[in-house]
Structures are given as structure tokens and as C-alpha cells.
Design a protein around this ligand. Sequence first.
Ligand code: UDX
Length: 441
Amino acid sequence: MRIAMIGTGYVGLVSGACFSEFGVDVVCVDKDSSKIEMLEAGRMPIYEPGLENLVKKNVDAGRLSFTTDLATAVASADAVFIAVGTPSRRGDGHADLSYVYGAAKEIAAAVQGYTVVVTKSTVPVGTGREVERIIAETRPDADCDVVSNPEFLREGSAIEDFMRPDRVVIGTKSERAEEVMRELYRPLYLFETPIVFTSRQTSELIKYAANTFLAAKITFINEIADLCEVVDADVQDVARGIGLDGRIGRKFLHAGPGYGGSCFPKDTLALVRTAEEVGRPLRIIETVVDVNAKRKHQMAEKIIAGCGDDVSGKTIAILGVTFKPNTDDMRDSPSIEIVAGLQAAGADVRAYDPEGMTEAKEMMDGVIWCEDAYDAMTDADAVAIVTEWNQFRALDLDRMKDLLSEPVMIDLRNIYNPDEMAQAGFHYVSIGRPATLSAPA
Ligand code: UDX
């Protein structure tokens, strides 16, 4: 089995490397020649745990290669995956499908023999039909089936998610295409991975429904956390108390500064637009989008409140700027608005992130970038934890107290224990946990 993966961004690169690990011959294609050169030299364009080793192993085994030559890769492929970006279109929040349609045209011009064209990019319902139309228009003689096969990879654990998924979703009504897809995912039968075969448009919608549901779940617990703060309840116990109900489930109930990243913000918005367009507005998701957007700004206010309602002339240490740990991705990270909010209120910001600083430097002005967490806290008036990297979970509290001008911590990820922080003499503010447990400085 041979496949071509069009687009070596996050999804394409991880999926391509994982398919090659399954024993499939994979050619990853990208227009960006510098990216291809980098990959050929064994360097990764993104940070993802385990990816570099997986790529190297499969390149060495001769199953994985990289090229800018789409036509040659497509011509010899049994299946061609479209894994190009679908960013939010500026202004209206619709998914920008120009890269998907562009790829479809190029693929159509190059296919030889029966080929399954698989959309892996997250695309609105109906995109598969349009890809099919483009292929038929460009090459009326092409023998292709267009299939939807959304990804459910979390950044930071994408390889594990690909290798041991909760499920695989495949949208096609073609038996020939189904056979090719079954063959590609055969290694997963060993783990008895459920494979959901359905129609193409249902598969396209499953992806959006999954992401918007998860975004709603996070937003729900974030609002419950805000309520907890006022009624002196503990959101972590609420999350456990409801999460143990099998119908609710414990995952995705960590209150925090609001969801970010490359998927949830753009996918929630895109589904809202699709639903509006067909006259079936999704009021819950509209509210989720709105509440999450406001939350990021509220987090800056929370830090300011934790600093005695005034940060003018103060220095705040920010630990973590990526939207979550184990990634260097800064897309829609809450830190962007938090830092801007603090600066607007007159604060200086010293920040440290284990992987995200290169990208963050391009997006944030006036931040002093530091060597490590302790460097960031040196002479700062307060420290705020924005991303829950493991290395921030067990900081030396005595050393911190020596470094900080004031022992103030605003923990937007609830990774410290309020009692222990109070005992250590910190003014400790977290999300949705009783303020009575923490002692003032
Ligand atoms: C997500 C989906 O999980 C994945 O299936 C899809 O394919 C792509 O989008 P990802 O963006 O990598 O993956 O991140 P995820 O781990 O889902 O977290 C998204 C955001 O939600 C992060 O900002 C994270 O901090 C936040 N989050 C997550 C919470 O605030 N609380 C939680 O309980 C879980």
C-alpha cells in the first residue's frame, strides 16, 4: 500500500509518520521547500514528543520520504490524503477551504489508476462533495472516490492518539474505498479499535460535533468554577463529583484560562457559521464561543486582582505561554490576551516557556524572555502560571519566595494545593477553589 500525504503540517506529518510505522509506504508532500529540506535533514518543523524518532526510524527503513513533487507522489499512490490547513477566514469565521480545493485540483491532474482521495483536514459538511466535483471537472476520466477521515489528534500526545485511537471515523459509501481504508487501518484491529463507517457528510460533521462538544464541556466547567469562587465551593471536587457519573465522564473538566489552540477556537466558529447558513443556529456553541473569548480577558483581570487591583509599575512573571503543555503552538493561546491585558494595565512582563518562546516572540511585544522559571520570577511582584508544563508543577517554594518581591501566585491551571501554598506563606489565587484556604501575604 502506498499513500501520499499532501501537507506536512501538524496533522499531515504525524499521520504520515504513523502510517509508515504501520508498514505503509508514505510520501509526505509540501509546497514549502524549506520545510521539506528540514525534514530530509531529520529536523522537525514542530515540537511533538516522539515525532523525531518515529520519522527517523521510518525514513531509515525506507518507508517514509518527503518531497515537493506532488504529481509524482500522487501518481503512484493508492490513497492520497489531503492534510492542508483550513484556517478561519479573516472577518467571518468560516473555514478557509482554498488550500483544500487547490490540493484537490493538483491531485486530480496527477492521479493514475483507481485512487482514494481522503480528506483529513477538518472541513465543513459538504466539502467532500465539492472536492469530488473539482476532481471530476479537472479530470473527467479520473477514477477516484473521495472519503472523509477526520483526525482526533491532541497536540502533545498525537502519536499515541494515532496509534491507539478511541475510534476511527471513515465517511464513504463506496465499497472499493472502504476496502482501501480498512487495509490502511488494519494494524488497529489488533487493539479492537472501533471503526465508524458512515456517510461522508456525517463523518465531516462528527469531527466538528466532537470538538465543539469538548469545547462546551471545558466552558461549562470554567463557568462553574467562576460560580464556585462566589459560593465558596471547590470546582475540582465538583468536577470529580460529576465526572464519576459515567454519563458525564471525568475528562475535559479541568477549569482553566479558556481553551485555545489550533482546533477548538476555529472549529467552534466554523460550525456556528455553517449552522447559521443553513438556518439551524447552534445557540449553545454560539455562547461557548462568546464566553471563552471573554474569559481570556477576564484572566488578565484576575491576575490584576490577585496583585491588589493594581499592577501599574509592577513586574509579573508568566510561566507558560503555549495554549497547553508539550507543544510549541501559540495559536489562540490565552497567554496572548493575558499578557496584552497586563501590559495595558501598566505591568512589565517577564516570561518563560520551555518550547513556545520562539513563536511567542513574534506575537508579543515588550516581553522580557527568560532562561527558566526562576529567572522569570527574579524581582517580579507576582507569578502567574498560564500553562501547566510539568516543570512548573514542583517549583521550589522557598527559592521562589527569595526571588519574588512579594510571595504572590496566581495559578490559572490549579496545579498547586491552596493549603500548602498558604502554609508556605503565599498569597495564592487559583481557579474556582475557596479563597478562604489561602492566606493573604
Ligand atoms: C483538540 C482535540 O482534543 C483533538 O481531538 C482535535 O483533533 C484537535 O483539537 P488540541 O487542540 O491538541 O486537540 O488540544 P486539547 O488537549 O484538546 O486542549 C485544547 C484546549 O483546551 C487547551 O487550551 C487546553 O488547555 C484546554 N483544556 C482542555 C482545558 O482548559 N480544560 C480541559 O479539561 C481540557
